[in-house]
Design a protein around this ligand. Sequence first.
Ligand SMILES: Nc1ccc(Br)nc1
Length: 404
Amino acid sequence: MRLRNWLFQNFREVSQLYGFEEIDFPVLESEALFIRKAGEEIRDQLYCFEDRGNRRVALRPELTPSLARLVIQKGKSVSLPLKWFAIGQCWRYERMTRGRRREHYQWNMDIIGVPNVTAEAELISSIITFFKRIGITSSDVGFKVSSRKVLQEVLKRYSVPENLFGRVCVIIDKLEKIPIDDIKKELRSAELSEEAVEELLQILSVKSLDKLEEKLGASVEALTELKQLFSLAEKYGYSEWIQFDASIVRGLAYYTGIVFEGFDREGKLRAICGGGRYDRLLSTFGGDDLPACGFGFGDAVIIELLKERGLVPELSPQVENIVCSLDSDLQGGASLVAARLREKGKTVDLVLENKPLKWVFKRAARINAQRLIIVGSAEWQKGMVRVKILSSGEQYEIKVDELE
Ligand SMILES: Nc1ccc(Br)nc1
């Protein structure tokens, strides 16, 4: 819990550093919010059920659909751009045999109402700021960046219907996760011609913007946007963190433009975070479309990375005072001393039972108390208590009123 609080504190401080407002949504939503027909894993693993009102509901697997619903609900009552962040528990339903977690926490930052790539550049910058705060450098982690407009351009040239776009992206996202022949089979089952499949896989292997320009031509929007993003990255000073990689499409069907994911350069871990532009999501829920982009950053892989790099912080419990009485009829005195110290904002662990001093010293060490305050009858008669500084062993008597 201390490690989680430390992580979330950093999420929050970075979000506030970038001027984002915190929001939250219900963990339980209508199942319909997450029903998409693009064959996504997030759909297959939906933690859904029927509630006592016979409603189909689900524990949210991600936060973005709830954010979209909230933007629509707020409608004209909020002024754009919206810069919102949330840290929320998300769920999936997997068989326990897989031994994987069913719940995790995700930090999300989203910018609603900004159509140009300055929004994506800002989001990537915020994640890099987070990494730097916790000691992760560009030699530990990088970002693979691409745009789904690359795929869209290819599909258009092979007249693949628009409504297949999300599904094709979800299939492509499985590259390097399932055999290439299965990818080809799934693409063919999505009615892509043999030629379209080959051209698609060809373009996905492109690793430089120059090469992409050779393939697609300089005027293609995908290219101009990516060039803008890389030029902004240079101004932010984070060029060494990002690289173009056409194979990055991300596995969520609703992305429509720039997509990015944070990866560990040693290649041992799954993606650390990911996000992108989703300009068409609001209309899928009956709202008017607004330009939108955002990312999700889970609390699991980052902890594995910190462990790999020996960067997990030492977060021992810390309390300033432990207060005890030497006999049960002085328990009230101990409570009074504790109350006085707490009124002054001092943290106190009050021993609540009549325990021998040996037990108190053990507990003081376990909770890392700085000071032991003993209420004993002799001192109490004089309105005093005995104080022991646990690090130095120094001890002295002091009037209760002078305690601070
Ligand atoms: N979407 C999702 C939810 C929960 C976990 Br654990 N992983 C992914």
